[in-house]
Design a protein. Structure first.
Length: 218
């Protein structure tokens, strides 16, 4: 392994990952042993057992940090993985990571898919996943809008469903009795003070007109 003191060299920072479930399978196709063997030509190697759907991975973050640091020091740096899904399960995370690396002049290499962002084919790959990610995002937005429109057409109530009637009735009853502070009512009903005020206002009540005989809610 190369030391950080060697200046202006081509440096490869490798990252290997399996989830706990994958690691439990002795003959896992892309286990740590397989990955490490394929990455042993690299200068630095970070490995961990963690879910790829979690973006907050300690060794992953260390690998990214080191790659950026070495690039800043003047090295030609590549972040290398055995397979793309070892870096991230989500397309959005993969794209964001590659973009972050490019901003710091760090190339991305995936051995299994033969991807290298320093080459024309690697650049094409990057552009393709960028387009796919945007398409995926727009499709999700469209499905959400269509779902809301469909629910509205079917008469379904959207958004915040509000307080249960039982809770609102309890707030009104305590409010009209005028024996407790707003703070105490909120605490007893397990709501915020703002909610108590909103319920009262919605029902045309305030503490100045509660001297009349209250209408109690059972």
């Amino acid at each position: 392994m190369r030391t950080a003191e060697d200046k202006h060299q081509q440096i490869k920072v490798a990252y290997a990952r399996v989830s706990t479930a994958e690691d439990a399978r002795q003959h896992q196709k892309y286990g740590l042993g397989v990955q490490i063997s394929a990455l042993e030509h690299c200068d630095y190697l970070f490995q961990e057992r963690h879910s790829g759907s979690d973006d907050n991975r300690s060794e992953f973050n260390k690998a990214i940090k080191l790659a950026k640091k070495l690039s800043k020091e003047g090295h030609e740096v590549s972040l290398v993985v055995y397979k793309m899904d070892r870096l991230a399960r989500k397309t959005s995370t993969l794209l964001r990571t590659i973009e972050e690396l490019k901003e710091h002049k760090v190339e991305f290499v995936s051995i299994k898919e033969n991807v290298d962002t320093s080459t024309p084919s690697g650049i094409l790959f990057y552009q393709m996943i960028s387009v796919f990610s945007e398409y995926e995002l727009n499709s999700l937005k469209m499905r959400t809008i269509e779902g809301l429109q469909r629910a509205k057409a079917q008469g379904k109530k959207l958004g915040n469903q509000g307080l249960p009637k039982k809770t609102e009735d309890k707030i009104l009853r305590l409010y009209q009795l005028n024996e407790m502070t707003i703070k105490d009512i909120a605490k007893k009903c397990k709501v915020s003070e703002t909610t108590v005020y909103n319920v009262a206002r919605r029902n045309g009540l305030n503490r100045r007109n509660t001297s009349k005989k209250p209408t109690l809610f059972s």
